[in-house]
Ligand binder design. Structure first.
Ligand SMILES: [Ca+2]
Length: 457
């Protein structure tokens, strides 16, 4: 019998909806954290978080660099739908070295894109972002235009001009000289929590750290200069940046605890691409930021939700940045307009260990050129390519010479043995999947020769 006037709905009341805190550290490599066995960098707060939630061993960024991953996170879609494939122009490097004409890249997420913060806001969430946006800076495409009630620091910039005030950032008022940016963004986030703790809130905390320019305080640089280093991890300034991020995450989590918000808050900790070659090492994975090998796309990921996600658990399920959009819809009951396409999958069954995901392929489409950083001793980090991961298999199709690489990630996590000729049927199967996926999404494939190209003699 239904009694009128009493609440018998399964849908949680708005004040019972879980808060969401989404922390994304820029360019943080998959092993730049203590809980992954790194003993040069010190991340005690992040390590503690890893014991309180679920750690993902095969979390992937949607792209090997910043803007396209953020576009996927906010839109819930693959690159061919948003048109955001890279940072800035796709015609990086020297024209005479580019065999093909790459895709024309978009740098702004379309104003009419129904974003994750818009969906959560419509569900009754207060939404705030503190840090790097990188997806637009005009009416409709700024953080405010895409669903954030509060924005501190977010515009088109992909990196800070300085980690110390004055920041020269039009979206954040300078503090006293020498104030540190990561600490300031965290203070702003804490104020946001204080002002909105009675309501459900979505706190998006995309730190500018640990992206270049590498800057830290003299005491932290001195501390890490004095530490024994390894061949791969030797940059004390980068280590200082990481420690500052960790300290500030600890401060935020303590603040949530002191305000009784720990139990009803989901915490996500992740990165937007693999570690940057100039700052850190992704070894023993192959490649680094900007490349489609595992080192360029594998990222740390922890999700904590007391009572719902088992503390100290781990998952080998491959997941992508864009999976959080449908996951948060499932958790909160937020809705999207009819016709809105979401390419990701709700990973709640993995998080609460109630089931498994569909047998899906993961795709990356990078029809762009990305030059190698100075000192890397190669021309390109990445030439136009496409990738599919199917179960333990990963196929990379590179368009300049139509080369195919096939790796078995279970046997060969470090992508050392190209099995394309050993298993031609498997290569064909994955290539067919990849080509069909590109066709379904009407993805641009570079094929026009670049008239400026000069073949090497
Ligand atoms: Ca990045």
């Amino acid at each position: 019998m239904v009694v009128r006037g009493t609440s018998t709905f399964a849908q949680p009341a708005k004040k019972q909806l879980p808060n969401i805190v989404f922390i994304i550290v820029d360019d943080l490599g998959w092993r730049d954290v203590g809980y992954k066995g790194n003993n040069y960098f010190e991340t005690p707060n992040i390590d503690k978080l890893s014991k309180e939630g679920m750690v993902f061993n095969f979390a992937y960024a949607n792209a090997p660099n910043c803007a396209p991953t953020r576009a996927a996170l906010m839109s819930g879609q693959y690159g061919p739908r948003t048109g955001i494939y890279t940072v800035g122009t796709s015609e990086r490097g020297d024209a005479k070295n580019r065999k093909l004409i790459p895709v024309v890249n978009k740098t702004v997420l379309a104003a009419n894109e129904y974003t994750l913060p818009e969906a959560l806001k419509a569900r009754g969430y207060v939404t705030g972002m503190f840090g790097k946006w990188h997806l637009g800076d005009s009416t409709g495409t700024s953080p405010e235009g895409q669903g954030f009630d509060v924005n501190v620091g977010g515009g088109m910039a992909g990196s800070p001009e300085s980690y110390f005030s004055p920041y020269h950032n039009p979206h954040i008022k300078d503090g006293k000289d020498g104030e540190e940016l990561t600490e300031r963004l965290t203070s702003e986030a804490i104020s946001f929590v204080d002002q909105n703790k009675a309501k459900p809130f979505f706190l998006y905390l995309p730190f500018y750290a640990v992206h270049v320019p590498l800057q830290s305080t003299p005491d932290l640089i001195a501390k890490y200069t004095a530490k024994p280093t390894t061949e791969e991890r030797h940059n004390p300034t980068y280590a200082g940046l990481i420690e500052t991020v960790d300290t500030q995450i600890g401060r935020l989590l303590t603040h949530l605890k002191e305000n009784g918000l720990t139990e009803n808050t989901i915490i996500v900790f992740t990165s937007d691409n693999g570690g940057f070659w100039g700052s850190t090492s992704t070894a023993p994975l192959r490649g680094s930021k900007g490349m489609v090998y595992e080192g360029g796309i594998r990222i740390p990921l922890i999700v904590k939700w007391p009572g719902k996600i088992q503390a100290g658990s781990a998952s080998n399920e491959p997941v992508l940045s864009m999976d959080f959009y449908p996951t948060f819809l499932a958790i909160t009951g937020a809705k999207v307009p009819a016709g809105k396409i979401l390419d990701g999958e709700n990973i709640l069954p993995v998080l609460n260990q109630s089931g498994s995901l569909t047998k899906r392929n993961l795709y990356w489409h990078v029809p762009v050129y990305l030059e190698a950083p100075k000192g890397m001793n190669q021309i390109w980090r990445q030439t136009p390519a496409s990738v599919v991961r199917k179960s333990d298999w990963k196929l990379i199709e590179t368009f300049e010479d139509n080369t195919i690489e096939l790796y078995n990630l279970k046997e060969d996590e470090y992508e050392q043995h190209n099995l394309a000729e050993t298993y031609p049927d498997k290569a064909k199967e994955l290539l067919n999947d990849l080509q069909q996926w590109r066709k379904n999404l009407n993805a641009f494939v570079p094929s026009q020769p670049n008239p400026q190209y000069q073949a090497k003699k």
